[in-house]
Design a protein around this ligand. Structure first.
Ligand code: FES
Length: 401
């Protein structure tokens, strides 16, 4: 017997309750329902996916290249009793109040998932010259600073059903943070994978977690670290960039997954190199670390685009007209004009900034275009991965932590 097609059912029929069910409801005692929070499944869901986490900085450690690691614990006075569990490779979105502006930045969790059960997260902030958020954190966060983050988010995680048993990681600079977490999870026995980490940095002195990774390699035979220095030659280390030849030198002969995690310029270089390796698509994973810059270099970017456009932003019952550069994401342009817009990943993936494009035309680079079919039909965009191609009117949901 064929099953009825759902779209042919009349949903109004469901509203006509059967008499037996109606009688049962009427006969039940008129007691108020217990609070939804008293149900175990809801308690577990809230613990795993809290709307916000209120945390405190409990320790700060200096890292190579002027970076700093911040150890975060629950701020129980603000209502966070315990940290949410995460999978190695995930990030938290940190809310920052800088002057009159409220914005968010994603930071990968560099600690092991197991440490979250001891109520410790660690994030590492790179010393980016002129970086609005990073400089604010490096100059202002102290032991005791109270912060708000999202629950752990992101899909750059090891999945044994999809990924090969051996993972070759191609990573550059401060993007090592999620990989440190993954290596810790492997060493703890919480992830069942072999890791070969090809880690590019300029010099040994600037290599974040150099000693941590060396210790992990010594402790766990499933982890191998290959340091590649682009600006110095050292005996026992690779020199130059992560090329296809270098990958072939260290990758196993049989199946492996590639996890690529680094700044845009490194990703673009590495993506060309790996074309020659003939890997199946499902074995190539990217973490789009940080925001995307310079859409005009993409092959499908239109010609003769004006340098800037007028963008009318409707948000929280107000309307503001800003000038937005065609080379900068709409999210960044809004923030530069003092508009606090919702965001999490800042690279097109999470959908948190999902907004209505009322009129005008935008460009989204393929690598960060995660819009659904319905978004394209009904005119929704992700401002963090959208670049204006004309004057626009957009409706943006209000900022939410
Ligand atoms: S902030 Fe994640 S899609 Fe825009």
């Amino acid at each position: 017997m064929s099953r009825p097609k759902l779209w042919k059912l009349n949903p109004l029929k469901f509203t006509k309750m059967s008499p037996a069910r109606q009688a049962k409801i009427e006969a039940s005692p008129a007691k108020p329902l217990p609070s939804l929070d008293s149900y175990k499944p809801n308690q577990i869901a809230n613990a795993l996916h809290p709307k916000a986490q209120y945390l405190k900085v409990v320790k700060i450690k200096d890292e190579a290249g002027g970076a700093k690691s911040y150890y975060l614990a629950p701020n129980q006075e603000k209502g966070t009793e315990a940290l949410a569990w995460f999978s190695a490779g995930q990030y938290v979105s940190v809310t920052l109040k800088i002057g009159d502006m409220t914005l968010t930045r994603p930071y990968s969790l560099a600690s092991s998932p197991r440490e979250s059960l001891e109520n410790i997260y660690m994030i590492t902030v790179e010393n980016v010259e002129g970086g609005l958020a990073s400089q604010f954190i490096l100059n202002n966060w102290k032991v005791g600073t109270e912060i708000t983050t999202s629950a752990p988010l992101g899909n750059f995680t090891y999945e044994p059903l999809r990924d090969a048993k051996t993972v070759v990681v191609l990573v550059g600079g401060s993007s090592i943070t999620p990989i440190r977490s993954l290596a810790l999870a492997v060493a703890d026995g919480d992830e069942d994978a072999d890791l070969i980490i090809l880690y590019g940095s300029r010099t040994l002195e600037e290599t974040i977690f150099f000693q941590d990774l060396l210790n992990l390699e010594e402790k766990c035979e499933r982890i191998k670290v290959v340091n590649i220095f682009s600006e110095e030659e050292r005996e026992g280390y690779e020199h130059g960039f992560i090329t296809a030849e270098l990958i072939k030198k260290y990758a196993p002969d049989d199946e492996y997954s590639l996890f690529i995690c680094g700044p845009q310029v490194m990703r673009e270089f590495v993506d060309k190199e790996i074309e020659t390796l003939g890997l199946r698509k499902k074995f190539i994973r990217h973490e789009v670390f940080g925001e995307y810059f310079g859409p005009s270099k993409e092959a499908d970017y239109p010609e003769n685009v004006a340098p800037s456009f007028k963008v009318t932003v409707r948000i929280a019952g107000k309307e503001q007209v800003i000038t937005a550069s065609s080379d900068i994401s709409l999210l960044r342009s809004m923030e530069a004009n003092g508009i606090s817009a919702p965001a999490r990943c800042r690279s097109g993936e999470c959908g948190w900034c999902h907004s209505k494009l009322v009129s005008g035309e935008i460009y989204t680079p393929k690598i960060i275009d995660y819009r659904r079919e319905a978004d394209l039909i009904y005119g929704y965009i992700h401002p963090c991965s959208s670049f204006p191609l004309s004057d626009l009117i957009i409706e943006v949901p209000p900022f939410a932590e």
